[in-house]
Design a protein around this ligand. Structure first.
Ligand code: COA
Ligand code: ZN
Length: 311
């Protein structure tokens, strides 16, 4: 694959499936991940290591990681909410581990039963454990700051608190800090402001944007983030997604629409849009009845469209 300008990290198998009613059979998850990689996605968050009692969809996490690891060149990412989940993820051999650290105290307590500061302490313990492993077994660790732009329980979230927790994450040993609009509250101006503030505080450790399209501002927020230098975006095939512990939170930005927009803007993603669109059939079969989002899948690509990756 050639050079790319933007990294798209597909989070559908994690953020999408944690919120679907039907259980997607393990074979479908594996086929989805393989098809996404074949379409050109180089990083996929394939699952989360959570108690299956709480999120039954993730009962096959280790098996899904084992399959994803057989795909050459794929960065296999997973999410963990706590130390036990992080240990399971490292045992399974993930390449990248995202820890969820909520800036809103109420969401943090609802989601992981820890305050934000307790979650930072847990991140430090996880990073210390990681550093005790042989170098080839150490995953890259991302602090995924969530509810950064607003919380369905608390409303406004303090930007100073975002910056404080970003610095604390870096000090705890996290390699990068991503900012998530878990609830779809962000607007483009806010995106520019908060990303700039966090970059001023932690520099190159600032990671990507994880945006939800709850209020239809997802792609506008991507453009705003691009303007302030963000080059990594999480998105989900068919816009599946949402946090089960953030009432009213809905889908991620749609990978198909994101790829179309970036490629049309001249930014190479390395992803083949036609092959990506074809994966929706697999979703329709694997989680029947689930609403599949996206504009480009409905309207098709415009006549004469030449993707940047193919130019
Ligand atoms: N994976 C598997 N089992 C786990 C686990 C994990 N990550 N974390 C805890 N457990 C087990 C414990 O071993 C214990 O088992 P036991 O009852 O057999 O002894 C049980 O679950 C309860 O453990 P405890 O530490 O008390 O956890 P909890 O009930 O306070 O739950 C979390 C805390 C973090 C595990 C839970 O709130 C959680 O999974 N939250 C994440 C939710 C999520 O995925 N949100 C969406 C992502 S943004
Ligand atoms: Zn999310």
């Amino acid at each position: 694959m050639g050079k790319t300008d933007v990294l798209i990290s597909e989070v559908g198998p994690r953020d999408g499936l944690q919120n679907t009613k039907a259980f997607m059979p393990t074979e479908y998850k594996k086929r989805w991940i393989s098809a996404a990689a074949a379409a050109g996605l180089t990083e996929i968050e394939v699952c989360s290591f959570v108690p299956p009692k709480l999120i039954p969809q993730m009962v096959d996490a280790a098996e899904v990681v084992a399959h994803a690891k057989t795909i050459p060149g794929l960065t296999v990412a997973a999410l963990a909410p706590n130390y036990k989940g992080a240990q399971r993820a490292m045992e399974a051999g993930v390449h990248k581990l995202t820890l969820t650290i909520s800036v809103s105290k109420s969401h943090s307590l609802a989601n992981v039963r820890m305050t934000p500061d307790e979650a930072i302490a847990s991140a430090k313990k996880i990073c210390d454990f990681r550093d005790s492993l042989p170098p080839e077994q150490r995953p890259k660790i991302e602090s995924g700051l969530s509810t950064v732009f607003g919380c369905t329980i608390e409303g406004v979230v303090s930007e100073d608190e975002v910056v404080r927790l970003a610095i604390a994450s870096a000090e705890a040993g996290c390699d990068e800090v991503g900012l998530a609009d878990t609830t779809g509250y962000a607007n483009p101006e806010q995106i520019r402001r908060v990303f700039k503030k966090v970059r001023a505080a932690i520099g190159e450790k600032l990671g990507g944007a994880h945006l939800h399209n709850t209020r239809g501002l997802g792609l506008a927020n991507v453009v705003a983030a691009l303007e302030v230098g963000v080059r990594t975006f999480d998105s989900s095939l068919a816009g599946l997604g949402g946090c089960p512990f953030a009432p009213g939170a809905s889908g991620n930005i749609v990978t198909e629409d994101l790829v179309f927009m970036l490629e049309a803007m001249g930014l190479r993603t390395g992803i083949d849009l036609e092959r990506l669109l074809a994966i929706r059939e697999l979703l329709a079969e694997g989680i029947p009845g689930e609403l599949l989002y996206g504009y480009v899948p409905l309207a098709g690509v415009p006549k004469g469209f030449v993707p940047a990756s193919g130019r």
